[in-house]
Design a protein around this ligand. Sequence first.
Ligand code: B12
Length: 446
Amino acid sequence: MGLEDHPTVKKYREKKAEGSDLPEPEKLDSDWLKRLVLNAGADDIGLIGIDHPGIADQRQDILEIFPRTKSLISIMCRLNRDNIRSASRAISDLEFLQTFEKVNSVARAVVAFLNEKGLRAMNSSSGFPMDMAKWPGKMWPISHKPVAVAAGLGVMGLNRLLLHPRFGSFNVLGTILFDREVSAYDSPLEFTPCIDCKLCASVCPVGAVGADGSFNFATCMTHNYRDRLGGFQDWIERVVSSKDVKSYRKKVRDSETVSMWQSLSYGICNKSSYCMAVCPAGESVIGPFLDDRKGFVEEVVKPLQNKTESIYVVPGSDGEAHVVRRFPHKTVKRIGNGLRPNSAIGFLQSLPIVFQPHQSEGIDATYHFSFTGEEDCSGTVVIRNMTIEVKEGLVGTPDLHVKADSRTWIDFLAKEKNLLFALLGRKIRLKGPPRLMKAFARCFPS
Ligand code: B12
């Protein structure tokens, strides 16, 4: 049988001759597309083109996973807010898990429909799975928030969440990529739904959300993600380093072991999402806050602030200092967060993420790093006024110059090699006062 006689090929040729039942013009009708996505179960949607400046920094990543991308559909599903506000993690996590799943199924159904109509489209996960081989770097193929902002679904608030004009922060996002332009794209919202009440900053147990607009990624992740990613890594290392059952139980309480089991078996659970829970932004959310602010704080904010619970922090981090100062009734649990670089370039890139501003108080120094051996790269780190700046190459005059064999440096960061021995063996060399090295280490506790 020749290829042209094969039943699949014959069917394809017949269908192609019939033409598609989609609206024919090259550009898809945006109203038709929006109706399709809303009917599939989304609560709101926005459309942007691949060349939108708001996603310029992730354009390459997107085209790598789907080179045909011409347009992006930003999808939003709302979360039931009383669930998210509950002090019971079980109630809140159930809502997250189901809504993440909902976004994924809506996106999947839309992609299947578009495929059926002869279009090429692809959906990425709203949360997990991610590309774990890229850990500890950017493992998510698409950053949904910037896509949603560009597509007019909302604006990022002080809590760093996308605030929808109607549903506020109570939403989960997803993105679909597809291979056609549309008749009309959306524009960003002209105002921010954030009312700058700072309740998110007041409730965050680890102080990750700063009232000044700062956000401490590592601190948020260490607590929230105790039962996943780097938190799981730390747990495994506790298991391995325990010499017997008794010593394991000293490190990990029974409730923590079963919590890990739940996250692994049922679905990912969070230790906090309080910054979302207390947010009064959004037309359909703001009422109770405006009508009785004190009552709102009593009902929604106080139970989360007053809750007695374990808070997971890296020793010496801003998070630890925050719990001790602001929430002395909560129990500090000192852990590792698994955020250790596996390359010299990764080390330089990760610094802004793991930087602990308050630990850097009083430091005003420029550091040069020159790596040789397996990797040949260099970078400049400026720590000043409790901020950090990382530049490629050696820029300006350093107060301390660190020259290191890249492998030795990575092993040292992973606590597998001793600094003193590395200095004696000249695998790591310092030019400048060693106290600056100590000061540097203080800013990046691990
Ligand atoms: C990484 C991530 C996190 C990180 C960093 C959070 C952040 N604000 O960026 C952590 C672990 C802290 C986190 C926590 C939470 N997250 Co989250 N998270 C993501 C993820 C995967 C990408 C975030 C992102 O795009 N950031 C914004 C852009 C602008 O940042 P970026 O340039 O990509 O990278 C920056 C950071 O991400 C960071 N970074 C870069 N590389 C790495 C590597 C690591 C390991 C870390 C920690 C950080 C980091 O530094 C960069 C420079 O600023 C998205 C899912 C997705 N695929 O988009 C969900 C997402 C942002 N998260 C979401 C949610 C719900 C949460 C939590 C509420 C979960 C919970 N219950 O605890 C908290 C809220 C914390 C908060 N207030 O922001 C929702 C937000 C929905 C909304 N309304 O905005 C999203 C969109 C998932 C979804 N599908 O809906 N999250």
